[in-house]
Unconditional design. Structure first.
Length: 391
């Protein structure tokens, strides 16, 4: 039954769409099933069941209504229990066929002499066919879809109408009216469903594209354009709540600050492209050695910070030493040209009196200044004056 509705060519996108619309599909099948139950009972036992028992179409009609009633009840169970969109779609498609057959049989059966207007509307004659053609024009031309296919369907319906009206000038023969009523009802409902499904898919695709665009804008807002790590603004967004949490729960919080030694000489010697390559490769080296909870950010230029939740001062010093050594040993290069580079680190840990992350940054910055003053390519803690020299 997959030909009944349009589908995305991307299978993953189609599955995501069907899962997103699963509740609506379930509701639609429930409503269709309830309508099928009501229609079957009304035409089987109700006031609209006026076909005489001796008519040839009576027993087939009753059998078809029983089948519609049984199928509608089964569809209600499927709608309540099925979790796959395709199952719901197949049930709805079969129910649609049964419903159209039932309506077509009623429209093709002879109407009694004293039939009311509402009952007469369910029977096909040349005037009824004219109404169907008007509905066909509206459905097939105004609804979104494959307009060339719709035009072919409409041309076939118009040809059938002209042939029937010319052949049976005083009314329709029963088999032809049955076929025409089923054909028009099923095809036009199908065309309407096709248009609605295409509209749904356009809405879903637009919504997905909007979400992707918003996600990209969010990434642009929080990421450094060159290195891909967090920028200064997002560092503060993450660091301030982390500092508050550390104070509230009494957990340790440490911070590393580092920048690259003689980075201006790197830019002067190897060009800004070479300097950019060093920053990009260094971020990759550092990210590989950090935990998921650690926050690496570029504060500006060649200066970076690493926020270390749940980390004591001694652990932060050991990590800083590993990072310093990894940078010193990494073979930086650009366009095949090797670029020597080292970095200096300052380490600080949060104290009870730190009222903002700037206090912690200032203390780490003092450690970084001390590392520069003592010869670079070192790890220093300003509060204690301790340091870890390059080997």
């Amino acid at each position: 039954m997959e030909w009944l509705i349009p589908r995305f060519r991307d299978r993953d996108l189609e599955q995501a769409f069907q899962q997103a619309w699963l509740p609506d599909t379930r509701t639609a099948l429930l409503l269709l099933s309830i309508g099928g139950v009501c229609g079957a009972l009304a035409t089987m036992f109700g006031a609209w069941s006026h076909l005489p028992h001796d008519q040839p179409g009576y027993l087939p009609g009753q059998a078809l209504r029983v089948l519609l009633l049984t199928g509608s009840i089964a569809a209600i169970v499927i709608a309540l229990r099925a979790s796959r969109p395709d199952t719901l779609l197949h049930a709805a498609s079969l129910l649609l066929v049964l419903g159209c057959l039932t309506l077509a049989l009623r429209m093709a059966s002879p109407a009694p002499q004293d039939s009311a207007l509402l009952e007469a509307m369910f029977h096909v004659n040349r005037d009824g066919l004219t109404v169907i053609m008007v509905v066909a024009i509206a459905v097939l031309t105004l609804m979104m879809g494959h307009y060339a296919v719709n035009a072919v369907i409409f041309a076939l319906a118009l040809t059938a109408y002209l042939l029937i009206a010319n052949r049976w000038s005083d009314g329709l023969a029963n088999p032809m009216s049955l076929i025409y009523a089923f054909y028009t009802g099923f095809v036009f409902i199908l065309a309407l469903s096709h248009g609605i499904q295409r509209t749904r898919r356009h809405i879903y695709l637009a919504r997905e594209q909007l979400q992707e665009a918003n996600a990209r804008l969010h990434e642009i807002a929080i990421r450094d354009y060159l290195t891909g790590c967090f920028n200064r603004r997002h560092f503060y967004t993450l660091a301030e709540p982390e500092l508050a949490r550390a104070h509230r729960h009494g957990t340790p919080l440490s911070l590393l600050m580092f920048d690259f030694d003689h980075f201006k000489q790197v830019n002067d010697t190897y060009g800004h492209a070479g300097g950019d390559a060093v920053l990009q490769q260094a971020v990759e080296v550092i990210q590989e050695r950090l935990r998921i909870s650690d926050v690496l950010s570029r504060l500006g230029g060649e200066e970076f910070a690493v926020l270390l939740p749940e980390t004591e001062l001694e652990q932060a010093k050991q990590l800083a030493e590993r990072l310093r050594q990894a940078i010193a040993e990494h073979p930086f290069e650009h366009a095949g040209v090797p670029i020597p580079a080292t970095a200096s680190f300052g380490v600080a840990t949060a104290q009870p009196g730190d009222v903002s992350i700037d206090v912690l940054l200032g203390r780490a910055d003092l450690g970084l200044y001390l590392a520069k003053d003592r010869g670079r390519n070192r790890v220093c803690v300003a509060a204690t004056g301790t340091e870890s020299d390059a080997g």
